[in-house]
Design a protein around this ligand. Structure first.
Ligand code: PEP
Ligand code: MG
Length: 599
């Protein structure tokens, strides 16, 4: 049993499919001149096999990663036919009498180093392609022919060193039972997407496995506890099968709450909205009774393609989303690219600290063309529903004003062209930088709403990379510094009479519910999979017990004491509740409040 970090809840059992990352180690073998012809034959055989395999994988991967993502395999095939690459390999064999695998390895190293030195993101990506395809060729030359295809007719647990958001967009959820990665963080976008898809996910196993997981190994993963069993004994499998059954029953019970009013026992209403990144997730959120969409992460519309989505295409998506919501609010966040989210076709400079770099509104204010296209599409869609616009990563008043200037220009253009849009479209910002918190009193005067993005806010307050498993234990949303910033933000919003909500992952954490109530927050937007668990807790809690909790929380010196205070709330509330009703336990970490629904 290995313990990593539970990043998406649920239990998954099945065979592993490992996305290979081959690293070979072999001696520098020389060949006899008489064997040169035979060595070339070996090389050509290896190339043939590699090409066949890439073609085959390309077909198989259409299901896993989607059609567009398979273009990468065309690039790999092209490398195997590239005369420069091949001349180099052949030259080393002919002149230095080195074995084919040695020549291939040296060629890979030479090209990778050469491309890596260039200060160009595109070329660096090509270096990775060369490494990848070169490694495949080495695998064939060395005769290590392990199975590399995902099983056709059998779902699998996907295991990888690392996954990126663009791979997740096209993950086939019908085939993917669970995810395991060596790297990553709980609030990385890959983790957020896994939660949205309801796929159990354990990450952060780097350096913890005694032996690497192999394709075909039987895995049991527990996404709540962050546990992975590799080829476990029968009794463990049975134990997890029973837990899985209970979990499924709980999900069915929770589903019955979809139409239940979203309020506390003493009548305080709390809107539970959804964070989505696609129309598919919107459908799921409607099925779960979401009060609307508090965060539409539009960057996923831009991924896994070869060029920017045109205005018309974006308009269709935004309009469809607005219409499906039938008047419920839809908060569309403008493109938040950079950090862990890349677009293959948008060359951004390579950065030492991408999270502190060229991201989101910083990019859009430079690329006004892209910004305008998106704003036009959003504004046009606003004619068909209740849309709000939200800018990400705002750190200064100037950025906000410049973004609003662009918005003003787009409105004028639409008006001049006689194209309808909602003239009263609310405009808000993400509060996800400490700088924005500290000037929230000023920002609040110039926006219609705030939405607190705790994922980034916590990373920036604590200087803890949200994607780095090495420092995951320091990523602490209950740190008193975080709480104080939340309080400051909500006070600024209240003092200026603007709406405030929370849309980071902390919004979906049941433990934090009394905190939100005590801060006077009336809307939480969360991963679709958290909505009903949160409602289950909400309807069993009392606002009156949380209303004055801030006084206690304000004095907490550590996150442990914050959690203690929050824990006591649940104990008190449940003691009152259970005095009248059947016995039930207070909620554990991110578990439903009703004891009968705990795993
Ligand atoms: C956040 O930072 O809390 C947030 C909701 O935005 P994202 O996770 O997309 O960065
Ligand atoms: Mg963010």
């Amino acid at each position: 049993m290995v313990r990593g970090i539970g990043a998406s809840s649920g239990i998954a059992m099945g065979r592993a499919y490992v996305i290979p990352t081959w690293e070979w180690d072999f001696p520098d073998k020389l060949i006899d001149v008489a064997d040169l012809a035979y060595e070339f034959e070996r090389l050509y055989d290896g190339i043939r096999h590699s090409k066949d395999e890439i073609e085959q994988i390309k077909q198989e991967f259409v299901n896993v990663l989607g059609e567009e993502q398979t273009q990468i395999f065309d690039a790999h095939l092209a490398i195997l036919e590239d005369p420069v690459f091949m001349n180099e390999v052949q030259g080393i064999m002919q002149r230095q009498y080195k074995a084919a695998e040695v020549a291939v390895k040296e060629t890979i190293e030479k090209f990778v180093n050469m491309f890596d030195l260039l200060d160009d993101g595109y070329m660096k990506e090509r270096a990775l392609d060369i490494k990848d395809v070169g490694n495949r060729l080495l695998k064939h030359l060395l005769g290590a022919l392990e199975e590399t295809l995902p099983p056709r007719d059998q779902p699998y647990i996907l295991v990888a060193k690392e996954l990126i958001p663009s791979q997740m967009v096209h993950l086939d959820v019908t085939q993917t039972l669970g995810l395991v990665t060596m790297m990553g963080g709980k609030t990385s976008h890959v983790a957020i997407m896994a939660r949205a898809m309801g796929v159990p996910y354990v990450l952060g196993l780097e350096g913890k496995l005694q032996e690497p997981i192999q394709t075909g190994d039987f895995l049991v993963i527990d996404g709540d506890e962050g546990i992975v069993y590799v080829n476990p004994p029968e009794h463990e499998v049975e134990r997890y099968q029973r837990m899985h059954e209970t979990w499924k029953q709980q999900q069915d019970q929770l589903q019955q709450l979809a139409d239940h009013p979203s309020q506390t026992m003493d009548g305080m209403q709390l809107h539970l909205a959804a964070n989505i990144s696609s129309i598919k997730e919107l459908e799921q959120s409607i099925a779960k009774g979401a009060s609307g969409v508090g965060l539409f992460r539009t960057e996923f519309l831009y991924m896994n393609r070869t060029s920017f989505p045109e205005e018309e295409e974006q308009f269709d998506v935004y309009r469809e989303a607005a219409e499906r919501l039938g008047g419920k609010p839809l908060v569309i966040r403008t493109l938040d690219i950079g950090g862990d989210k890349h677009l293959d076709y948008l060359e951004l400079p390579e950065e030492e600290n991408p999270s502190l770099g060229y991201r989101a509104i910083r990019v859009l204010l430079d690329r006004v063309d892209l910004f305008k296209t998106q704003l036009r599409a959003i504004l046009r869609a606003s004619h068909y529903g209740s849309i709000k616009i939200m800018y990400p990563m705002i750190s200064t008043l100037d950025e906000l004003r410049r973004a609003n200037e662009v918005l003003g220009e787009v409105k004028e253009e639409l008006t001049a062209a006689g194209i309808p849009y909602s003239n009263h479209i609310p405009v808000g910002i993400m509060i996800e930088l400490p700088a924005a918190v500290m000037i929230s009193d000023l920002l609040a005067k110039e926006v219609d709403f705030f939405s607190i993005g705790t994922n980034d806010l916590v990373q920036y307050i604590l200087a803890v990379d949200r994607m780095n498993e090495q420092v995951a234990h320091l990523y602490d949303p209950f740190h008193p510094a975080v709480l104080r910033m939340l309080k400051l933000t909500s006070d600024s919003a209240k003092a200026n009479g603007i709406h405030i909500s929370v849309c980071g992952e902390l919004a979906g954490d049941v433990r934090a519910l009394p905190l939100w109530m005590s801060l006077g927050i009336r809307e939480l937007s969360m991963s679709v999979s958290s909505i009903l668990r949160m409602k289950n807790s909400l309807i069993q809690s009392r606002y009156s017990d949380a209303a004055n909790l801030w006084q206690e929380l304000a004095g907490c010196p550590s996150s442990a004491s914050v959690l203690q205070v929050l824990g006591r709330y649940w104990e008190t509330d449940f003691a009152k509740k259970t005095a009248k009703e059947e016995p039930s336990d207070p909620p554990q970490s991110e578990s439903p409040a009703n004891g009968c629904m705990q795993r």
